[in-house]
Structures are given as structure tokens and as C-alpha cells.
Design a protein around this ligand. Structure first.
Ligand code: MG
Length: 504
């Protein structure tokens, strides 16, 4: 059994090396690759997806898992193995069973369509014309449904898709969480709309990109991001990807007349990057050196971006430095005005620019539409209208064109159906973790105020990062906070913060 386990770990290492290689090609595609290279890049990525699939689903892997006592009913294998090995087997065998159910031609077709569809989405968004993207989305949905049928599910085909991003979560569990979150957020948005709006005009002045980047790099360093093991670049949509266990790539985008975009993009991705760089040496280049779910991953980015990065103590520390850098832009602005300005809440069209109160409503919209598309209740041709109506229902505003409506996000174009809910889970997990951190450290605001982020990062390392995927999201949450995911922490955090900003 020991020998079989060892062999499985060797196979796993090779799989991780191929994945990191594929991630590097993906990073390149989003940052520096010339546009003309898109077709062969799609083939390169499809080839690697195929190789990964073959490797993972080889019958040899099945026999090795069996030799370790693994079955679909007992993913962790033999009781006599130590817990770390059993965690490895659970994670590995889940992927094995999932992947063996998907035929290789479907994997390759999916990967190829994803690359082409993404390129077509860029064109469609540029022209703000959904009809150019619609046939590709139809294909992605057909392939996704086929995938869900192959993988299998109990209640809803969406379960099978969601599971890829948020293992062990179900459509029903997300529905339940969102059904309590939705009216609370809508109520909070109403209260804010009934209060005096804060001024953020000084954030829309001209902030040269070069200085924005310099400031962002300083913050990254202060928060603990290690530039010996990572980079910061620019892409159309900010993202983080690991192209090696000591190579974590962050991207952001800068807007000269919107100060918030660059810096909060950087702090957000830094949160992802710190998680990726926080996996311990003994699980490096293994399947356990991954975030345990995208919801947990997003909790790290949201905590740094919103709970810490948009807090008053954070800017007590950084505002004087920022004012030195941008003396003209911030001439008549004091700390309190700045703090209120960066936390302005206002329903808006674009998810990635949304404030932290309206943000989860953008997610709920996408979740409801994805469910309807996958179950066939909503036809692709009716999607733009469904999107616009839902925006009106949830946020009281209506997109004027497809670019600021249904075409704004890249996710569906590359086949990520079931991904969006993880963003909102990130807000919820983040608030719950932060609440526990405060209880255990006590003086978190003082630490932030002094620019001392090491102890905060230490808590996250100790309670979350060091475990990689050893625990499931739920186990991790219970270990770190004493209870499973509970949306009340996020609601309380938002209510308290925005009551004090808006005075309702
Ligand atoms: Mg993120």
C-alpha cells in the first residue's frame, strides 16, 4: 500500500507540473501574448488539457487508488494511513472519479471551445453585440450540460458544475444562503439610498499610472507579498495564477481617472497571492497545495481588499503617504472624507467595479440566470433581456447595452458555469474568519493602524493557508471559527460599517 501511495504521489507531482505549465500559457495569453497567436494557443492548451486528462484517468491510477483502499464510497482510503495521506487521497480520488466520468473527446472539445469562445466574447463585448457571442455561449452550455450528465448529480445538473469550483457545496445550500442574504442586502441598499450620499469626486481626478503602480507595489510589500516568488503585471481583468509553487503572478489594471480600480485590484489579488504562497513546504507541488475551494480563496482576497484595505485604520496608516504622492489630487481631502469616498455605495452596472454592499447582488443575479440557463428554463436568445430585468429588480438600474450588461464578464465564455457563487461565499467566509481573528488577536485595528500586517498574516497562515486542501471548506471553517459558514457575520459587518458611514 505504501508503494502504491508513493507512486500516486509521483503521478500527482507530474500532474502539478503540467498544470503549472498550462497556467503559465494562460497567464501569458492574458498579459503579453500577441492577439494573432490565439488559435495555436487554444490548441496548445487543449493538448495539455488532454494530456492531464489521460494522465489522471489512466487505469493504472485506478488500480493504485484501489490498492490504497479507495472507493467512491470511501475516498480517503485505508484507515491505517495517516491523516495527511488520507486527505491527499480524498482530494486526488475525487478528481480522479470526476475526470474518469468525462470522456476525453468532451474534455478536448470543451477546452478548444473555451479558447475560441473567449476570443469571440472579446469581439462581441467590444462591439456590444450579444448576438456575436450567443452561438458560442450556446455551445458552452450544451457542453456543460453534457459534462454534468456524465459526472452525475442528485438534485440539479448545476450541482455537478458548482462542485468543480466549490467542492461539496450544492445548489440547494447556495440557494439557502442567498435567499437570506438577498433581502438583507436589498434593505441595506435602500437605507443607504435614503441617506445623504458621500463625495468621491476626488477619486476621479487624474492619478498617473506610474505613481499608482509605485504606491501599489509598496502596499504589496508591506502586506507580505514576496517579490522573489511572484510578479505584478497588467491585464484586462485582474487575476492571480500560480505558475509554480514559488511563482505567483498577480495582475491588476489601472484607470487614470478612477483611483480605486488599480489599488483595490492589487490588494484583492494580493490576498489570493498570499494564500498561494502560504502553503507549507511539505505539500508543495502536490494537489494539496491549492486553495480548498474558490470560496475560501476569495475570502482571502476580500478580507484584504475590503475588511482591511477599505477600513479606517488602514488609511490612518496610508493616507498621509498617499497624500505625499498625490498632493494636488488630495489637497482639500481629509482622512474621513477619503475613507467615506472609497466606501461609496451606489448601484452600478459593472460587477468588478461594484462596492462591497451591492457586489453580492451582482452575484445573486448571475447565479439565478445560470441556474435557469442550465435547467433550460431560459433560452440563450432571451438572456440579455432577462439580465436587464433582473438588474432592475435587484439594483433598480437597467443596462443600456450588452457591454455594460450581459457581456461584461469573461467567465461564461471560458466555460466557467457555477463559478460566480464562490465570489459571494468569499465575502461571507471572510467576515466570519475576520470575526474569529479579532476575538483571538484582540487588537487588530491597532495593528492595521500601525501598518503591522505580520500578525494578521500569521493568523491567516496558521488557521487557513497552512492547510491547503487538507481540510474541506466546511472543516476549515469549523476549525477556524467554531461553526460552519454563517452569513450573519457578513450581514453584521456590513450593517455596522455602513451605518456609521451613512448615518442611517
Ligand atoms: Mg478574486
Amino acid at each position: 500500500m505504501k508503494k502504491s501511495l508513493q507512486k500516486l504521489k509521483e503521478i500527482d507531482t507530474e500532474l502539478q507540473l503540467i498544470s503549472h505549465t498550462s497556467a503559465l500559457l494562460g497567464w501569458d495569453q492574458e498579459t503579453y501574448m500577441p492577439r494573432g497567436a490565439v488559435e495555436e494557443r487554444a490548441r496548445q492548451q487543449a493538448l495539455l488539457s488532454g494530456i492531464l486528462h489521460d494522465y489522471l484517468t489512466d487505469t493504472k491510477v485506478g488500480s493504485l487508488l484501489e490498492a490504497c483502499g479507495v472507493s467512491e464510497e470511501n475516498l480517503k482510503g485505508d484507515n491505517n494511513l495517516d491523516e495527511r495521506d488520507r486527505a491527499f487521497l480524498r482530494k486526488f480520488s475525487r478528481e480522479y472519479f470526476r475526470e474518469t466520468k468525462i470522456p476525453k473527446d468532451l474534455v478536448v472539445a470543451f477546452s478548444e471551445e473555451a479558447s475560441l469562445s473567449q476570443a469571440q466574447w472579446i469581439e462581441a463585448r467590444k462591439k456590444s453585440d450579444f448576438s456575436l457571442f450567443a452561438p458560442h455561449l450556446q455551445k458552452i452550455l450544451d457542453l456543460s450540460r453534457e459534462k454534468a450528465e456524465k459526472i452525475g448529480y442528485t438534485d440539479h445538473p448545476y450541482d455537478a458544475l458548482l462542485d468543480e469550483f466549490e467542492p461539496f457545496a450544492t445548489t440547494a445550500s447556495i440557494k439557502k444562503i442567498f435567499s437570506s442574504l438577498k433581502p438583507e442586502l436589498m434593505d441595506l441598499v435602500r437605507k443607504i439610498a435614503g441617506s445623504k450620499q458621500v463625495d468621491d469626486s476626488f477619486l476621479l481626478k487624474n492619478y498617473p499610472v506610474r505613481e499608482q503602480e509605485a504606491f501599489g507595489r509598496t502596499v504589496l510589500q508591506d502586506l507580505g507579498f514576496d517579490f522573489n516568488r511572484g510578479r505584478l503585471d497588467v491585464s484586462a481583468h485582474p487575476f492571480t495564477t500560480s505558475t509554480g509553487s514559488d511563482d505567483v503572478r498577480l495582475t491588476t489594471r489601472y484607470q487614470e481617472n478612477q483611483f480605486r480600480t488599480g489599488i483595490f485590484g492589487i490588494i484583492h489579488e494580493c490576498g489570493h497571492g498570499l494564500y498561494e504562497l502560504g502553503f507549507p513546504d511539505d505539500i508543495k507541488v502536490s494537489i494539496l497545495a491549492e486553495g480548498t475551494s474558490l470560496g475560501i480563496h476569495e475570502s482571502q482576497s476580500r478580507t484584504w481588499e475590503n475588511i482591511i484595505g477599505r477600513s479606517l485604520p488602514f488609511w490612518e496608516y496610508y493616507f498621509p503617504k498617499l497624500k505625499d504622492m498625490f498632493p494636488n489630487q488630495l489637497r482639500d481631502v481629509n482622512l474621513e472624507q477619503f475613507y467615506k469616498g472609497i466606501n461609496k455605495v451606489e448601484p452600478s452596472m459593472i460587477r468588478v467595479d461594484a462596492d462591497e454592499v451591492t457586489y453580492p447582488l451582482h452575484i445573486i443575479l448571475r447565479f439565478e440566470l445560470e441556474l435557469a440557463l442550465i435547467s433550460g428554463e431560459l433560452a440563450v436568445k432571451d438572456l440579455p433581456e432577462a439580465w436587464n430585468s433582473k438588474m432592475e429588480e435587484l439594483l433598480g438600474i437597467r443596462p443600456e447595452n450588452d457591454a455594460e450588461g450581459v457581456l461584461q464578464d469573461v467567465h461564461w465564455s471560458f466555460g466557467a458555469i457555477g463559478y460566480f457563487p464562490t465570489y459571494a461565499l468569499g465575502n461571507l467566509y471572510g467576515a466570519q474568519f475576520f470575526n474569529s481573528m479579532k476575538k483571538s488577536l484582540g487588537n487588530v485595528d491597532d495593528l492595521i493602524k500601525q501598518g503591522d500586517f505580520g500578525i494578521i498574516l500569521g493568523w491567516l497562515r496558521e488557521n487557513i493557508h497552512q492547510y491547503g486542501s487538507i481540510f474541506t471548506a466546511e472543516e476549515l471553517c469549523i476549525n477556524a471559527t467554531g461553526e460552519p459558514l454563517n452569513p450573519v457575520y457578513c450581514s453584521k459587518y456590513l450593517e455596522n460599517k455602513y451605518r456609521s458611514i451613512y448615518g442611517f
